[in-house]
Design a protein around this ligand. Structure first.
Ligand code: CO
Length: 158
C-alpha cells in the first residue's frame, strides 16, 4: 500500500464527473488499498477517488462503527429520508467547515472491489458521509451545498 496525495481546493479534479468502474482488477484493488491508507493517515471519515486524482466512481467511508471501512464502487443512493443540518468538512478543504443539510437516512447500492453488488444503509454521520463522497463522484464539493461556512471562532478545536 502507498499513501496518495490528496488534491486541494482549486484543483480541477474536484469538479469533474467521474466515470463508472468497469474493470474489477488489481488496479482497482490497489487504488482502494491506497485510499484506505491515505484516509487513515489523514484521520478522515471519507475519501473519494477524484481526491487522489482518479476520475472513477470509487469512494470509501469509515465512521468508526461496526461496519468499519466501507468500499463503494459505482455507488448510487436509492432511498433517502429525513433531514439533518450540521457542520461538514473535507480533506481537500483543510480547516474549513460549512453547515450542510443532508438526509438523515440513506440507502446506497454499490459494488465491492470484486464487482459484487450490495446495499448498505447509513444514518446520521454515515448518511452524511455517503452523500458527501457520492457528491465528489459528480464533481460537487460540500462548499457548493453549504448554507454558510463556519467562522474560525465557531470551529471547535480538534
Ligand atoms: Co470531501
Amino acid at each position: 500500500m502507498a499513501m496518495r496525495d490528496i488534491v486541494q481546493e482549486g484543483d480541477k479534479m474536484l469538479s469533474k464527473m467521474c466515470r463508472p468502474v468497469e474493470k474489477f482488477d488489481s488496479k482497482l484493488a490497489k487504488l482502494l488499498d491506497d485510499m484506505a491508507e491515505t484516509l487513515k493517515a489523514a484521520e478522515g471519515v471519507g475519501l473519494a477517488a477524484p481526491q487522489v486524482g482518479i476520475l472513477r466512481r470509487v469512494c470509501i467511508v469509515n465512521v468508526g462503527d461496526k461496519d468499519g471501512l466501507v468500499e463503494l464502487v459505482n455507488p448510487v443512493i436509492v432511498d433517502q429520508s429525513g433531514t439533518q443540518s450540521g457542520a461538514e468538512g473535507c480533506l481537500s478543504f483543510p480547516n474549513q467547515y460549512g453547515v450542510v443539510e443532508r438526509p438523515m437516512f440513506v440507502t446506497v447500492k454499490a459494488q465491492d472491489r470484486n464487482g459484487g453488488e450490495f446495499t448498505i444503509k447509513g444514518e446520521g454521520l454515515k448518511a452524511r458521509a455517503f452523500c458527501h463522497e457520492i457528491d465528489h463522484l459528480n464533481g460537487v464539493v460540500f462548499k457548493e451545498r453549504a448554507e454558510r461556512m463556519l467562522r474560525p471562532d465557531e470551529i471547535e478545536p480538534a
